[in-house]
Design a binder for this molecule. Structure first.
Ligand SMILES: [Zn+2]
Length: 83
């Protein structure tokens, strides 16, 4: 019985540890990042579901599904923003 308690506290510690490292890695985890645009301006995917990269342009924080869309946007931002 004692052994069972020990195991469950180890599991609990492992979960707590994982949560802590999640917070530390927040800078690289875009799932909680709020961006200005609801849709990727390039491919029009929902940024809340497919956020892969971000960019600050004209003081606004834009999200993109991938670094490829970000690169396309950077080449000609106005073309995408005036759509
Ligand atoms: Zn995209």
């Amino acid at each position: 019985m004692k052994r069972l308690i020990l195991i469950s506290s180890v599991v609990f510690l492992a979960i707590a540890c994982e949560k802590k490292s999640d917070m530390l890695e927040n800078a690289n985890n875009l799932s909680n990042v709020k961006v200005e645009n609801q849709l990727d301006p390039v491919c029009e995917m929902e940024t809340s579901k497919h956020l892969g990269d971000t960019l600050t342009y004209n003081g606004k924080f834009y999200g993109f599904c991938s670094s490829k869309c970000k690169t396309d946007f950077e080449k000609n931002p106005q073309q995408y923003l005036n759509k």
